[in-house]
Design a protein around this ligand. Structure first.
Ligand code: LRH
Ligand code: MN
Length: 388
Protein backbone atom coordinates (compact mmCIF):
# COMPACT_ATOMS: atom_id res chain seq x y z
CA UNK A 1 0.00 0.00 0.00
CA UNK A 2 1.40 3.46 -0.91
CA UNK A 3 2.00 5.92 1.97
CA UNK A 4 -0.33 8.90 1.38
CA UNK A 5 1.71 11.19 3.64
CA UNK A 6 4.75 10.56 1.48
CA UNK A 7 2.67 11.15 -1.65
CA UNK A 8 1.43 14.48 -0.31
CA UNK A 9 4.94 15.48 0.71
CA UNK A 10 6.12 14.75 -2.81
CA UNK A 11 3.23 16.67 -4.37
CA UNK A 12 4.00 19.67 -2.17
CA UNK A 13 7.42 19.99 -3.91
CA UNK A 14 5.85 20.05 -7.41
CA UNK A 15 7.20 22.84 -9.62
CA UNK A 16 5.33 23.60 -12.83
CA UNK A 17 6.55 26.50 -15.00
CA UNK A 18 3.97 28.52 -16.90
CA UNK A 19 4.78 30.20 -20.25
CA UNK A 20 4.48 34.00 -20.55
CA UNK A 21 2.95 33.58 -24.03
CA UNK A 22 -0.02 31.63 -22.70
CA UNK A 23 -1.31 34.86 -21.12
CA UNK A 24 -1.18 36.74 -24.43
CA UNK A 25 -3.42 36.43 -27.45
CA UNK A 26 -2.85 33.36 -29.63
CA UNK A 27 -4.64 31.48 -32.33
CA UNK A 28 -4.21 29.80 -35.64
CA UNK A 29 -3.49 31.00 -39.16
CA UNK A 30 -7.20 31.46 -39.54
CA UNK A 31 -7.79 33.77 -36.60
CA UNK A 32 -6.33 35.11 -33.37
CA UNK A 33 -9.28 35.95 -31.10
CA UNK A 34 -8.44 38.86 -28.79
CA UNK A 35 -9.69 38.65 -25.20
CA UNK A 36 -10.47 41.31 -22.60
CA UNK A 37 -7.82 41.92 -19.94
CA UNK A 38 -4.97 40.41 -21.95
CA UNK A 39 -1.52 41.70 -20.85
CA UNK A 40 0.15 44.43 -22.86
CA UNK A 41 3.70 43.85 -21.55
CA UNK A 42 5.93 41.27 -19.77
CA UNK A 43 5.15 42.80 -16.38
CA UNK A 44 1.41 42.18 -16.82
CA UNK A 45 2.13 38.64 -18.04
CA UNK A 46 4.14 38.03 -14.86
CA UNK A 47 1.30 39.44 -12.76
CA UNK A 48 -1.10 36.94 -14.35
CA UNK A 49 1.35 34.09 -13.87
CA UNK A 50 1.64 35.06 -10.21
CA UNK A 51 -2.12 34.50 -9.92
CA UNK A 52 -1.68 30.91 -11.11
CA UNK A 53 0.97 30.34 -8.44
CA UNK A 54 -1.10 32.11 -5.79
CA UNK A 55 -4.02 29.68 -6.27
CA UNK A 56 -2.12 26.45 -7.03
CA UNK A 57 1.05 26.90 -4.94
CA UNK A 58 3.07 24.88 -7.44
CA UNK A 59 3.75 27.27 -10.36
CA UNK A 60 6.59 29.45 -8.99
CA UNK A 61 8.39 30.27 -12.26
CA UNK A 62 7.55 31.76 -15.64
CA UNK A 63 9.25 30.99 -18.95
CA UNK A 64 10.07 34.00 -21.11
CA UNK A 65 10.18 34.18 -24.90
CA UNK A 66 12.53 36.59 -26.65
CA UNK A 67 11.69 39.02 -28.24
CA UNK A 68 8.03 38.65 -27.18
CA UNK A 69 9.19 39.52 -23.62
CA UNK A 70 11.93 41.98 -24.62
CA UNK A 71 12.53 44.75 -22.02
CA UNK A 72 15.26 47.36 -21.50
CA UNK A 73 16.19 46.08 -18.05
CA UNK A 74 15.99 42.29 -17.56
CA UNK A 75 17.40 42.45 -14.05
CA UNK A 76 14.58 44.82 -13.11
CA UNK A 77 12.09 42.43 -14.68
CA UNK A 78 13.46 39.60 -12.54
CA UNK A 79 13.11 41.78 -9.43
CA UNK A 80 9.55 42.66 -10.48
CA UNK A 81 8.78 38.96 -10.77
CA UNK A 82 10.29 38.25 -7.37
CA UNK A 83 8.14 40.97 -5.79
CA UNK A 84 5.12 39.19 -7.29
CA UNK A 85 6.27 35.89 -5.72
CA UNK A 86 7.46 34.21 -8.92
CA UNK A 87 10.82 33.66 -10.62
CA UNK A 88 12.08 33.78 -14.19
CA UNK A 89 12.39 30.28 -15.63
CA UNK A 90 13.58 29.13 -19.04
CA UNK A 91 14.56 31.69 -21.65
CA UNK A 92 13.07 30.71 -25.02
CA UNK A 93 14.86 31.79 -28.15
CA UNK A 94 12.98 32.77 -31.29
CA UNK A 95 14.59 32.28 -34.67
CA UNK A 96 11.31 31.49 -36.43
CA UNK A 97 9.70 34.88 -37.09
CA UNK A 98 12.25 36.90 -39.05
CA UNK A 99 12.05 37.17 -42.86
CA UNK A 100 15.74 36.27 -43.03
CA UNK A 101 14.93 32.83 -41.62
CA UNK A 102 12.68 31.73 -44.50
CA UNK A 103 15.15 29.05 -45.58
CA UNK A 104 16.40 28.37 -42.06
CA UNK A 105 18.14 30.07 -39.19
CA UNK A 106 21.23 28.24 -37.86
CA UNK A 107 20.93 25.83 -40.81
CA UNK A 108 20.53 28.53 -43.48
CA UNK A 109 22.83 28.20 -46.53
CA UNK A 110 24.00 31.80 -46.02
CA UNK A 111 26.63 32.13 -43.24
CA UNK A 112 25.51 35.70 -42.54
CA UNK A 113 21.99 34.51 -41.69
CA UNK A 114 23.45 31.75 -39.52
CA UNK A 115 25.55 34.31 -37.70
CA UNK A 116 22.49 36.48 -37.08
CA UNK A 117 20.64 33.52 -35.61
CA UNK A 118 23.58 32.49 -33.43
CA UNK A 119 23.89 36.06 -32.14
CA UNK A 120 20.24 35.91 -31.03
CA UNK A 121 20.86 32.66 -29.19
CA UNK A 122 23.91 34.20 -27.47
CA UNK A 123 21.81 37.26 -26.55
CA UNK A 124 19.40 34.86 -24.85
CA UNK A 125 22.28 33.55 -22.71
CA UNK A 126 23.06 37.16 -21.75
CA UNK A 127 19.42 37.45 -20.66
CA UNK A 128 19.85 34.29 -18.57
CA UNK A 129 22.77 35.97 -16.82
CA UNK A 130 20.67 39.09 -16.14
CA UNK A 131 17.54 37.27 -14.91
CA UNK A 132 19.27 34.45 -13.02
CA UNK A 133 17.72 31.86 -15.32
CA UNK A 134 19.74 28.63 -15.69
CA UNK A 135 17.92 27.24 -18.72
CA UNK A 136 17.92 28.20 -22.41
CA UNK A 137 15.28 26.47 -24.51
CA UNK A 138 16.13 26.07 -28.17
CA UNK A 139 13.47 25.26 -30.74
CA UNK A 140 14.29 25.58 -34.43
CA UNK A 141 11.51 25.83 -37.02
CA UNK A 142 14.28 25.08 -39.53
CA UNK A 143 13.41 22.66 -42.30
CA UNK A 144 12.48 22.40 -45.97
CA UNK A 145 9.26 21.96 -47.91
CA UNK A 146 10.41 20.12 -51.01
CA UNK A 147 12.89 17.28 -51.64
CA UNK A 148 16.16 18.70 -52.96
CA UNK A 149 15.44 22.17 -51.59
CA UNK A 150 18.61 21.94 -49.48
CA UNK A 151 21.23 19.38 -48.40
CA UNK A 152 20.01 17.46 -45.36
CA UNK A 153 23.53 16.55 -44.22
CA UNK A 154 25.01 20.02 -44.70
CA UNK A 155 22.19 21.47 -42.61
CA UNK A 156 23.06 19.05 -39.78
CA UNK A 157 26.67 20.26 -39.97
CA UNK A 158 25.51 23.87 -39.70
CA UNK A 159 23.20 23.01 -36.79
CA UNK A 160 25.98 21.20 -34.92
CA UNK A 161 28.33 24.15 -35.44
CA UNK A 162 25.80 26.63 -34.04
CA UNK A 163 24.91 24.45 -31.06
CA UNK A 164 28.60 24.10 -30.19
CA UNK A 165 29.05 27.88 -30.18
CA UNK A 166 26.08 28.33 -27.85
CA UNK A 167 27.19 25.41 -25.67
CA UNK A 168 30.61 27.00 -25.17
CA UNK A 169 28.99 30.28 -24.12
CA UNK A 170 26.98 28.66 -21.30
CA UNK A 171 28.17 29.68 -17.86
CA UNK A 172 28.41 27.82 -14.56
CA UNK A 173 25.16 26.05 -13.70
CA UNK A 174 23.60 26.93 -17.06
CA UNK A 175 22.26 24.47 -19.65
CA UNK A 176 20.29 24.42 -22.85
CA UNK A 177 17.36 22.20 -23.72
CA UNK A 178 17.02 21.23 -27.38
CA UNK A 179 13.42 20.83 -28.53
CA UNK A 180 12.41 18.61 -31.44
CA UNK A 181 9.26 18.73 -33.56
CA UNK A 182 8.14 16.39 -36.35
CA UNK A 183 6.85 19.08 -38.70
CA UNK A 184 5.35 22.64 -39.03
CA UNK A 185 6.17 25.13 -40.20
CA UNK A 186 8.30 22.93 -42.48
CA UNK A 187 6.33 20.26 -44.26
CA UNK A 188 8.97 18.00 -45.92
CA UNK A 189 11.96 17.85 -43.58
CA UNK A 190 12.55 19.41 -40.15
CA UNK A 191 16.17 19.64 -39.04
CA UNK A 192 15.42 18.56 -35.44
CA UNK A 193 12.37 16.32 -36.09
CA UNK A 194 12.58 13.75 -33.31
CA UNK A 195 14.06 12.80 -29.97
CA UNK A 196 16.82 10.77 -31.57
CA UNK A 197 18.21 13.72 -33.52
CA UNK A 198 18.04 16.00 -30.47
CA UNK A 199 19.60 13.31 -28.26
CA UNK A 200 22.46 12.68 -30.69
CA UNK A 201 23.37 16.36 -30.88
CA UNK A 202 23.15 16.75 -27.09
CA UNK A 203 25.21 13.63 -26.45
CA UNK A 204 28.02 14.97 -28.66
CA UNK A 205 27.98 18.37 -26.90
CA UNK A 206 28.08 17.33 -23.27
CA UNK A 207 26.25 17.44 -19.91
CA UNK A 208 24.93 20.99 -20.31
CA UNK A 209 22.86 19.94 -23.33
CA UNK A 210 19.65 18.02 -22.74
CA UNK A 211 16.45 17.24 -24.61
CA UNK A 212 13.02 18.80 -24.00
CA UNK A 213 9.96 16.72 -24.81
CA UNK A 214 7.07 18.81 -26.15
CA UNK A 215 4.11 16.44 -25.89
CA UNK A 216 2.55 17.91 -29.04
CA UNK A 217 5.53 17.34 -31.31
CA UNK A 218 5.29 13.64 -32.18
CA UNK A 219 3.76 11.58 -34.92
CA UNK A 220 0.31 10.26 -33.96
CA UNK A 221 0.61 7.00 -31.99
CA UNK A 222 4.10 7.74 -30.68
CA UNK A 223 4.78 6.13 -27.28
CA UNK A 224 6.04 9.28 -25.57
CA UNK A 225 6.57 7.60 -22.19
CA UNK A 226 9.10 5.27 -23.85
CA UNK A 227 11.06 8.34 -24.99
CA UNK A 228 10.83 9.74 -21.46
CA UNK A 229 12.06 6.48 -19.89
CA UNK A 230 14.92 6.25 -22.37
CA UNK A 231 16.10 9.88 -21.99
CA UNK A 232 15.85 9.69 -18.20
CA UNK A 233 18.01 6.55 -18.22
CA UNK A 234 20.58 8.46 -20.28
CA UNK A 235 20.43 11.53 -18.03
CA UNK A 236 19.35 13.52 -21.07
CA UNK A 237 15.77 14.44 -20.16
CA UNK A 238 15.98 18.17 -19.48
CA UNK A 239 12.28 18.84 -19.35
CA UNK A 240 8.85 18.94 -20.82
CA UNK A 241 6.75 21.37 -22.81
CA UNK A 242 3.41 20.08 -21.62
CA UNK A 243 0.26 20.47 -23.70
CA UNK A 244 -2.08 18.06 -25.44
CA UNK A 245 -3.46 17.47 -28.88
CA UNK A 246 -6.02 15.47 -30.82
CA UNK A 247 -4.29 15.87 -34.18
CA UNK A 248 -1.06 17.92 -34.57
CA UNK A 249 0.67 20.61 -32.50
CA UNK A 250 -2.69 21.78 -31.13
CA UNK A 251 -1.15 23.24 -27.92
CA UNK A 252 -4.31 22.46 -25.95
CA UNK A 253 -4.39 22.19 -22.15
CA UNK A 254 -2.14 19.39 -20.94
CA UNK A 255 -4.13 16.30 -20.02
CA UNK A 256 -7.28 17.60 -21.70
CA UNK A 257 -7.02 15.40 -24.81
CA UNK A 258 -5.36 12.34 -23.28
CA UNK A 259 -5.14 12.28 -19.45
CA UNK A 260 -4.16 8.59 -19.52
CA UNK A 261 -1.09 9.43 -21.67
CA UNK A 262 -0.10 12.19 -19.24
CA UNK A 263 -0.40 9.67 -16.36
CA UNK A 264 1.77 7.14 -18.21
CA UNK A 265 4.37 9.85 -18.86
CA UNK A 266 4.39 10.98 -15.22
CA UNK A 267 4.67 7.36 -14.07
CA UNK A 268 7.87 6.92 -16.13
CA UNK A 269 9.10 10.25 -14.70
CA UNK A 270 8.51 9.04 -11.12
CA UNK A 271 9.88 5.55 -11.87
CA UNK A 272 12.95 7.01 -13.59
CA UNK A 273 13.87 9.39 -10.78
CA UNK A 274 12.78 12.43 -12.79
CA UNK A 275 10.38 13.78 -10.16
CA UNK A 276 11.52 15.92 -7.24
CA UNK A 277 13.17 19.29 -6.53
CA UNK A 278 16.66 17.99 -7.45
CA UNK A 279 15.74 15.91 -10.49
CA UNK A 280 16.85 18.58 -12.92
CA UNK A 281 13.75 17.92 -15.04
CA UNK A 282 11.80 21.10 -15.86
CA UNK A 283 8.03 20.73 -16.07
CA UNK A 284 6.98 23.61 -18.31
CA UNK A 285 3.63 24.26 -19.91
CA UNK A 286 3.67 25.34 -23.57
CA UNK A 287 0.11 26.09 -24.51
CA UNK A 288 -2.17 28.55 -26.28
CA UNK A 289 -5.60 29.41 -24.90
CA UNK A 290 -7.09 30.43 -28.24
CA UNK A 291 -10.74 30.54 -27.13
CA UNK A 292 -10.81 29.87 -23.36
CA UNK A 293 -9.89 32.38 -20.62
CA UNK A 294 -6.15 32.27 -20.14
CA UNK A 295 -5.48 32.42 -16.38
CA UNK A 296 -8.17 29.81 -15.58
CA UNK A 297 -6.79 27.78 -18.48
CA UNK A 298 -3.36 27.80 -16.85
CA UNK A 299 -4.78 26.98 -13.42
CA UNK A 300 -6.70 24.02 -14.88
CA UNK A 301 -3.57 22.86 -16.71
CA UNK A 302 -1.47 22.96 -13.54
CA UNK A 303 -4.20 20.98 -11.75
CA UNK A 304 -4.19 18.39 -14.57
CA UNK A 305 -0.45 17.85 -14.09
CA UNK A 306 -0.95 17.64 -10.31
CA UNK A 307 -3.65 14.98 -10.77
CA UNK A 308 -1.54 12.90 -13.18
CA UNK A 309 1.43 13.19 -10.82
CA UNK A 310 -0.61 12.18 -7.78
CA UNK A 311 -1.87 9.07 -9.61
CA UNK A 312 1.69 8.23 -10.73
CA UNK A 313 2.94 8.55 -7.14
CA UNK A 314 0.12 6.25 -5.95
CA UNK A 315 1.25 3.31 -8.06
CA UNK A 316 2.04 0.39 -5.72
CA UNK A 317 5.58 -0.12 -6.96
CA UNK A 318 6.22 -3.29 -4.97
CA UNK A 319 3.05 -4.96 -6.24
CA UNK A 320 3.89 -3.84 -9.76
CA UNK A 321 7.44 -5.19 -9.62
CA UNK A 322 6.19 -8.48 -8.19
CA UNK A 323 3.58 -8.91 -10.92
CA UNK A 324 6.10 -7.95 -13.62
CA UNK A 325 8.65 -10.38 -12.23
CA UNK A 326 6.01 -13.12 -12.16
CA UNK A 327 4.99 -12.41 -15.75
CA UNK A 328 1.51 -11.63 -14.48
CA UNK A 329 0.50 -9.45 -17.43
CA UNK A 330 -3.02 -8.65 -16.27
CA UNK A 331 -1.93 -8.26 -12.67
CA UNK A 332 0.77 -5.77 -13.57
CA UNK A 333 -1.54 -3.78 -15.81
CA UNK A 334 -4.17 -3.76 -13.07
CA UNK A 335 -1.74 -2.23 -10.57
CA UNK A 336 -1.18 0.69 -12.89
CA UNK A 337 -4.87 1.04 -13.75
CA UNK A 338 -5.83 1.02 -10.07
CA UNK A 339 -3.68 4.08 -9.55
CA UNK A 340 -4.95 5.73 -12.70
CA UNK A 341 -8.57 5.08 -11.74
CA UNK A 342 -8.06 6.54 -8.27
CA UNK A 343 -9.89 9.84 -7.75
CA UNK A 344 -7.05 12.00 -6.41
CA UNK A 345 -9.04 15.24 -6.26
CA UNK A 346 -9.90 14.88 -2.52
CA UNK A 347 -6.20 14.22 -1.75
CA UNK A 348 -5.14 17.34 -3.68
CA UNK A 349 -7.88 19.46 -2.07
CA UNK A 350 -6.62 18.32 1.35
CA UNK A 351 -3.04 19.12 0.35
CA UNK A 352 -4.02 22.62 -0.77
CA UNK A 353 -5.68 23.27 2.59
CA UNK A 354 -2.52 22.04 4.34
CA UNK A 355 -0.58 24.49 2.12
CA UNK A 356 -2.93 27.28 3.26
CA UNK A 357 -4.66 27.42 -0.11
CA UNK A 358 -8.29 27.17 -1.15
CA UNK A 359 -9.05 23.50 -1.98
CA UNK A 360 -10.67 24.63 -5.28
CA UNK A 361 -8.26 26.98 -7.13
CA UNK A 362 -10.60 27.58 -10.09
CA UNK A 363 -13.48 28.69 -7.85
CA UNK A 364 -11.16 30.74 -5.63
CA UNK A 365 -9.71 32.59 -8.63
CA UNK A 366 -13.18 33.21 -10.08
CA UNK A 367 -14.33 34.67 -6.74
CA UNK A 368 -11.20 36.92 -6.50
CA UNK A 369 -12.44 39.50 -9.03
CA UNK A 370 -8.95 39.61 -10.55
CA UNK A 371 -10.31 39.14 -14.07
CA UNK A 372 -12.83 41.93 -13.67
CA UNK A 373 -9.99 44.14 -12.36
CA UNK A 374 -7.63 43.54 -15.30
CA UNK A 375 -10.46 43.74 -17.84
CA UNK A 376 -11.27 47.20 -16.48
CA UNK A 377 -7.65 48.37 -16.12
CA UNK A 378 -6.05 46.99 -19.28
CA UNK A 379 -7.69 49.25 -21.79
CA UNK A 380 -5.64 50.81 -24.56
CA UNK A 381 -2.12 49.86 -25.54
CA UNK A 382 -1.35 46.79 -27.62
CA UNK A 383 -2.34 43.41 -26.31
CA UNK A 384 0.52 40.89 -26.20
CA UNK A 385 0.57 38.11 -28.76
CA UNK A 386 2.95 36.17 -30.97
CA UNK A 387 3.63 39.20 -33.05
CA UNK A 388 3.60 36.94 -36.08
C1 LRH B 1 7.14 25.32 -31.14
C2 LRH B 1 7.03 25.53 -29.65
C3 LRH B 1 8.28 26.02 -28.98
C4 LRH B 1 8.01 27.45 -28.63
C5 LRH B 1 6.77 27.78 -29.32
C6 LRH B 1 5.95 28.78 -28.58
O1 LRH B 1 5.97 24.71 -31.63
O2 LRH B 1 6.55 24.37 -29.06
O3 LRH B 1 8.48 25.41 -27.76
O4 LRH B 1 9.03 28.29 -28.84
O5 LRH B 1 6.08 26.56 -29.43
MN1 MN C 1 7.24 23.72 -27.18
Amino acid sequence: MTDLTAVKAALRTQHIETPSWAYGNSGTRFKVFAQKGVPRDPQEKLADAAQVHAYTGVAPTVALHIPWDKVDDYAALARYARDLGVGIGAINSNVFQDDDYKLGSVTHPDPAVRRKAIDHLLECVDIMDLTGSDTLKLWFSDGTNYPGQDDIRARQDRLAEALAIVYDRLGEGQRFLLEYKLFEPAFYMTDVPDWGTAYAHCLKLGPKAQVVVDTGHHAPGTNIEFIVAFLLREGKLGGFDFNSRFYADDDLMVGSADPFQLFRIMFEVVRGGGYGPDSGVAFMLDQCHNIEPKIPGQIRSVMNVQEATAKALLVDRDALAAAQQAGDVLGANAVLMDAYNTDVRPLLAELREEMGLDPDPMAAYARSGYFEKIAAERVGGTQAGWGA
